[in-house]
Design a protein around this ligand. Structure first.
Ligand SMILES: NC(=O)c1ccc[n+]([C@@H]2O[C@H](COP(=O)([O-])OP(=O)(O)OC[C@H]3O[C@@H](n4cnc5c(N)ncnc54)[C@H](OP(=O)(O)O)[C@@H]3O)[C@@H](O)[C@H]2O)c1
Length: 312
């Protein structure tokens, strides 16, 4: 007899990576999944439903879920047939960029409430069932910014570092229950995410920020960030494809990067445990050797340097 389809719950499916992942899993007839694609605002479900096509109502259902609300999480889980989640994908996330002095604590807390506590809330809700059944897979969409800090992204990077530490710690205990954890670490991905951030910062005034810092942010960081997305940005389809492979794997890895072209940018951190090399070279590339930075990014974009990322 064929195995029953695995139920996959994904947060943040109104757009981007979550939407693409839901659609790809729902159409994966080889591995058979029942996808519960969730979003906080069901008014946005049109794009997902159109992309799902004939899978809608068959292998994909859409449900409301705000990762910042206990009530919403409880209600969503109670609506799942059998109440069992075999694979949880913590994908919902928000960004925050800008000079620290000009950002409110409330904005930074919102980043942690969504990116970190949102994932923790969902895991606490599905874990008892997974432990009882002695199987499960928890996928967390982290970021390369969960591995290395990036200038003017302090709060966002910190929320992803928090995820990395939390889930690496939990992974050890959960192996006893045959439950796997995978932290997926994309580099730049061309979704609404960056668009929303750039829209915010183009109108933001960043009160209490000195003119020098504002100049560094607007005239050095923002152009470099645009160039980075332009040169090594990945499509959400590509990232979703990597996650689909991870979910179908019998021994999923703890960490999975998605973008081979970004790998050289994190090498600096791994070759020098003191961290000085990364901080100094990144500082020079951003503020002093701008032309070299742009040339390097174009070189990475052309694909002449090949780095292997598993699984392919
Ligand atoms: N884009 C990148 O460059 C990049 C790189 C590395 C990692 N990531 C990570 O990838 C994940 C997906 O991002 P994306 O690039 O696909 O961006 P996206 O298109 O903006 O998707 C983010 C999703 O999270 C949802 N969300 C936000 N707050 C939520 C909440 N409280 N409850 C439920 N859902 C909520 C958004 O819903 P609404 O439509 O309602 O806002 C949206 O569906 C995030 O965790 C992000 O940190 C992105």
């Amino acid at each position: 007899m064929a195995d029953a389809p695995r139920t996959v719950l994904i947060s943040g499916c109104s757009s981007g990576i979550g939407l693409e992942l839901a659609v790809q899993l729902a159409h994966d007839h080889r591995h058979r999944y029942q996808v519960v694609a969730t979003m906080r605002d069901l008014g946005k479900k049109g794009t997902l439903e159109a992309a799902a096509g004939e899978a809608l109502g068959q292998t994909l259902t859409v449900a409301q879920l705000d990762v910042c609300s206990d009530e919403s999480v409880a209600q969503c889980l109670s609506s799942i047939q059998g109440g069992e989640v075999d694979v949880l994908v913590n994908n919902a996330g928000v960004g925050l960029v800008g000079p620290l002095e000009g950002l409110s604590l409330a904005a930074m807390q919102n980043v942690f409430d969504t990116n970190f506590f949102g994932a923790v809330r969902l895991v606490r809700a599905v874990l008892p069932g997974m432990k009882r059944r002695r199987k499960g897979h928890i996928v967390v969409v982290s970021s390369v910014m969960g591995l290395q800090g990036v200038v003017f992204n302090e709060a966002y990077a910190a929320s992803k570092f928090a995820l990395e530490g939390f889930f690496e710690s939990l992974a050890v205990q959960l192996l006893q229950f045959n439950i796997f954890i995978t932290l997926v670490e994309p580099g730049p991905v061309v979704t609404n995410f960056e668009g929303k951030l750039l829209e915010q910062v183009s109108t933001a005034e960043f009160p209490d920020t000195d003119p020098d810092t504002l100049h560094y942010f607007r005239d050095f960081y923002l152009p470099a960030s645009r160039e980075l997305f332009h040169s090594v940005g990945q499509s959400p389809q590509d990232v979703a494809q990597v996650i689909v492979k991870v979910i179908s794997s019998t021994r999923p890895p703890l960490r999975q990067q998605t973008n081979a072209r970004y790998t050289p940018l994190i090498v600096l951190k791994t070759v020098d445990p003191s961290g000085s090399l990364y901080v100094r070279i990144t500082h020079c590339l951003l503020f002093r050797w701008t032309r070299l930075l742009n040339l390097g990014l174009r070189c990475l974009a052309c694909g002449c340097l090949r780095f292997r990322i598993w699984p392919r």
